[in-house]
Ligand binder design. Structure first.
Ligand SMILES: Cc1cc2nc3c(=O)[nH]c(=O)nc-3n(C[C@H](O)[C@H](O)[C@H](O)COP(=O)(O)O)c2cc1C
Length: 532
């Protein structure tokens, strides 16, 4: 009997669980001198530097969330700002002789497996084509010159991933992180587009079509074998075409002249993680699901005067929390409100919500510490009630806004358990709250094995919303990919393998390591800022 793709993915998920007695299989040691190069370049491709225009954008983050930003025209200035605020550098950090770049999008282990591409039609002063975005140089590398059949101006943005970057450190579990990172990157692009007053729609595409569109199916352009796998493609800009059919684009790309060869990531891949390749093949998008129109915009619950650019660039992962700072109940409710469909960046998600947080509440003023759930749809509330510990209360907490589906499951101190479950990381206990994101994995894989990717993207997208909302609340967030899977499930009374935790997150009062120096993101370019 051939094994189905869904079974391959269930087996992958099972074997890449961290267990209390042993972590998922990874490299036995790390040679830091052998780290994959953080930046992909295409040598031989024409380089088009982008202007550094983000500092010229004036809207506050509150205006961005409320969709009150007048749409910027699509030109090189706005394209520069879009890239700068999504996949661009946010800062350089320095500690002694060590110097490393941080970006507007977060990434597990700061390894950044996600690569960005833009496909432009009719953008003034830019030849129509397929471009790879090089974040360190803040430049476009022209991979293909393509006279697209559709006029313009139009802008597609696509993501692809290099799993080896992540697997170098995390071994077999890395495929999960690669997918979560792609979800974060999607969220970062959605927010950068909103800062320009632009809408954003994911476009359905098969892996084969997206590979052809981005030139990923050209092995001759990847001479060192560090291939990229296609993730997703979206359209953004001041006006979105009603017709999202990508076939004319795919055909034009197939006939295009391509240039550039991918750099070597460096170091020999010591280990080939076969199960990642299997998971990747089994989760391939062969028949994209029907995308729903975006959820209706909801008036944001927060007023935030911080300039959007400052907030986006200032988003950082907290490496430690002070163990004291809490969050007021109303601010907590507003933060959770942003996890419901309809608020950027979640307003771009075209599938029904399948990720549902369970919260470990430690320090929310006016709310009893304990376990809570936030089922993001009424149907999920029933399914979770059926699946989780039958002793859970499912009580509406006092003063909870009627529209917010926050439910108290079990009151009581849960700092210790939160820390243990997140691989003994103190960040899960020393903040105001942490959470686990549950998804009905069995059901989703039964419908379509590609849901393995969609579920992780949705979780990453929620993570990006949490990062930004933490900054709005004057706190700091951190994604947590390292958690003990089944002990989480046991704590929640889940006995069947249906609901699984795919990602954890924590928010609280961050501690800053003052020994680490922060430097501006693009000081190395010495290109004058060019306000829009
Ligand atoms: C999917 C994902 C998983 C992560 N897991 C952890 C984790 O388990 N523990 C941790 O301290 N940080 C974790 N992080 C935070 C990253 O280390 C952080 O994003 C990276 O160092 C870059 O820093 P920045 O977020 O400040 O840009 C995770 C981030 C992502 C996106």
């Amino acid at each position: 009997m051939p094994i189905s793709d869904a079974d391959i993915l269930k087996a992958y998920h099972e074997r890449t669980k961290h267990r209390l007695e042993r972590f998922a299989r990874g490299p036995e040691y790390l040679d830091w001198d052998d780290q994959p190069a953080p930046f992909r370049r295409f040598h031989g491709a024409a380089e088009r530097p982008l202007p550094l225009t983000a500092d010229g954008l004036r809207p506050s983050f509150g205006q961005l969330l409320a969709s009150e930003v007048p749409p910027a025209p699509l030109n090189l200035d706005s394209l520069g700002a879009l890239c700068e605020l999504s996949l661009g550098l946010a800062a350089w950090k320095q500690y002694g002789p060590q110097r490393w770049a941080l970006r507007c999008n977060p990434s597990s282990g700061n390894l950044h497996p996600t690569e960005g591409y833009v496909l432009t039609a009719g953008v003034p002063d830019l030849a129509d084509g397929v471009y790879h975005y090089a974040p360190e140089a803040h430049a476009l590398e022209q991979r293909a010159a393509c006279p697209w059949p559709s006029g313009g101006p139009r802008l597609l943005v696509a993501l692809a991933s290099i799993p080896r970057r992540e697997a170098w450190k995390y071994g077999e579990r890395a495929f999960r992180y690669v997918q979560l990172d792609a979800g974060h990157a999607l969220g970062a692009i959605r927010i950068a587009a909103a800062a320009l007053g632009w809408g954003l729609r994911l476009r359905p595409a098969t892996d084969a079509d997206l590979s052809a569109l981005l030139g990923l199916d050209r092995p001759q352009d990847f001479p060192h074998g560090d291939r990229e796998i296609p993730d997703l493609v979206l359209e953004t800009g001041p006006e979105l075409a009603a017709d999202g059919d990508l076939q004319p684009w795919v055909q034009a790309a197939a006939a295009a002249r391509w240039s550039g060869a991918a750099n070597a990531l460096g170091g020999e891949p010591r280990i080939r993680w076969k199960v990642i390749e299997e998971a990747e093949a089994a989760s391939r998008i062969r028949r994209p699901p029907g995308f729903q129109p975006p959820a209706p915009a909801r008036p944001p619950q927060i007023a935030c005067d911080t300039p959007a650019v400052e907030l986006i660039r200032g988003r950082r992962s907290a490496q430690a929390y002070d163990g004291r700072t809490g969050i007021a109940r109303d601010a907590f409710h507003r933060l959770l409100d942003a996890l419901l469909p309809g608020t950027p960046p979640l307003d771009c998600w075209p599938l029904r919500p399948r990720i549902h947080p369970v919260l470990f509440v430690h320090r929310v003023d006016g709310l009893a510490p304990g376990l809570y759930a936030l089922p993001r749809t009424p149907a999920a509330e029933q399914a979770l009630q059926d699946a989780l510990d039958p002793e859970f209360l499912w009580a509406e907490p006092e003063a909870c806004p009627p529209h917010l589906p926050l439910r108290l499951l079990r009151p009581g101190e849960c700092r210790k358990v939160a820390k243990v479950l997140s691989c003994h990381q103190a960040i899960a206990a020393e903040g105001a709250f942490s959470l686990a994101m549950l998804a009905d994995l069995d059901q989703a894989l039964g419908e379509d094995p590609a849901n393995y990717r969609y579920l992780h993207w949705e979780a990453g997208l929620l993570g990006q919303a949490l990062y930004l909302q933490a900054e709005v609340a004057g706190l700091g967030g951190t994604g947590i990919g390292c958690f003990f899977d089944d002990p989480v499930h046991e704590t929640l009374g889940l006995c069947a393998a249906r609901f699984q935790s795919l990602y954890h997150f924590t928010i609280g009062g961050p501690l800053t390591d003052l020994r680490i120096q922060s430097l501006p993101p693009y000081g190395h370019l010495q290109r004058p800022a060019d306000p829009a």
